[in-house]
Design a protein around this ligand. Structure first.
Ligand SMILES: [Zn+2]
Length: 376
């Protein structure tokens, strides 16, 4: 489909047209593109605003929630006057005001295994900014099964991560994080989140979408990019497609989208146990101290670490999990508790140990227990 630009559009997108790499052909591709944004929250807000401003011709917003006052600390798609309105509708109104040249479709519904196929059929690319693990796996599996590129991101407290999946070209989300139960990763409401954090990650998601649509640059395929706002560091972990991946592997066991069973409210024995620095200190003084697995990068480990801890950078953990088999308990630690929570999730899924997470990470340990510990 060839899209032509009106004189008003040429004026609106002048700064794109001035870029030789995008120009009129790239802008026409943006106009023809249909992008579905799952979750109109902290990540979906900047992604939707920038894609609308960029002239992405069709944008879909899926969100079943209503705007709440506590959303406004980070969900910049909404304003105070929109409180109690459905997010999908309030978002559509805001985006239409920003750019009346594009089509915006509001899907005020919960995405599930029964409706994901029909919804994805109308779109070419998916941005996942949902805050539920079950939705993240559902969206990943559906994108693999129906051959849609996916830009997936997640945030936790002060840290975020993003990766891009392109069908047939690299690993999917499940290759990196083989399996999970819903509720293992605490959501923003429980853990808190720095308001500006999803602005960085959601903007990166829009960047990836624009690159994929226009064919410019090198997408984040086969790379997990992590961002730590406290140290203001980005890190990259390379990953390959797993031949044993349940959905994109050689013999997939997931051949249609499935809803993950939600975790029971009463507290599941399989859930990650959180340890405060004080809890960890008393465990270490006890009769059978646990193993400590430090999932930071080698340079961070070398700068300072807990005595006796073993360094397995998070990017290597999927391959090295078997090393942990047979240990009674393993405490995962990182800088501020986000990467170690992902590590716990992987260990739980692989059933190799009873993972414990040092809440607040080594920065909390240094603050509360041992100020002499150097945390890079
Ligand atoms: Zn996979």
């Amino acid at each position: 489909m060839t899209e032509t630009l009106s004189s008003r559009e040429r004026e609106r997108y002048q700064r794109h047209l001035a870029l030789a790499e995008i120009g009129a052909p790239g802008q026409a591709r943006l106009k023809a593109a249909r992008v579905l944004i799952v979750g109109a929250g902290g990540l979906g807000s900047p992604a939707a605003l920038y894609l609308a401003a960029a002239g992405c011709g069709t944008l879909g917003l899926v969100d079943r929630d209503q705007v709440e006052l506590s959303n406004l600390q980070r969900q910049v798609l909404f304003d105070t006057g929109g409180i109690a309105q459905p997010k999908a509708e309030a978002g559509r109104a805001r985006l239409a005001a920003l750019n009346p040249e594009i089509r915006i479709r509001a899907h005020a519904m919960e995405l599930n295994a029964a409706n994901v196929r029909a919804l994805l059929a109308d779109y070419d690319l998916v941005i996942d900014g949902s805050d539920r693990l079950s939705t993240r796996y559902l969206v990943n599996d559906a994108c693999v099964l129906y051959g849609k590129p996916l830009v997936s991101a997640a945030i936790h407290r002060f840290e975020g991560q993003i990766m891009t999946y392109v069908p047939g070209e690299g690993p999917c989300y499940r290759c990196l994080f083989p399996q999970a139960r819903d509720g293992v990763v605490a959501n923003c409401a429980e853990a808190g989140v720095l308001g500006v954090l999803p602005g960085v990650l959601g903007t990166l998601q829009a960047t990836e979408a624009i690159k994929l649509i226009t064919g410019v640059g090198e997408p984040l395929v086969g790379r997990l990019l992590t961002y730590d706002a406290l140290s203001l560091r980005f890190q990259e972990f390379h990953a390959s497609r797993r031949r044993d991946c349940a959905v994109c592997g050689d013999s997939p066991t997931i051949t249609e989208p499935k809803d993950l069973p939600a975790m029971s409210q009463s507290g599941d024995a399989a859930a990650v146990r959180q340890l405060s620095p004080q809890d960890l200190e008393s465990l270490l003084r006890g009769p059978s101290p646990p193993s400590i697995i430090d999932v930071r990068e080698v340079y961070e480990f070398e700068a300072g670490h807990l005595p006796g801890s073993v360094n397995i950078p998070l990017g290597q953990l999927p391959q090295r999990l078997p090393e942990l088999a047979g240990r009674d308990a393993a405490v995962f630690v990182c800088r501020s508790g986000g990467r170690s929570l992902s590590a716990c999730q992987m260990a739980l899924a692989a059933k190799v140990s009873s993972p414990l997470n040092l809440q607040g990470g080594l920065t909390a340990w240094a603050r509360q227990i041992d100020p002499s510990l150097r945390v890079a």
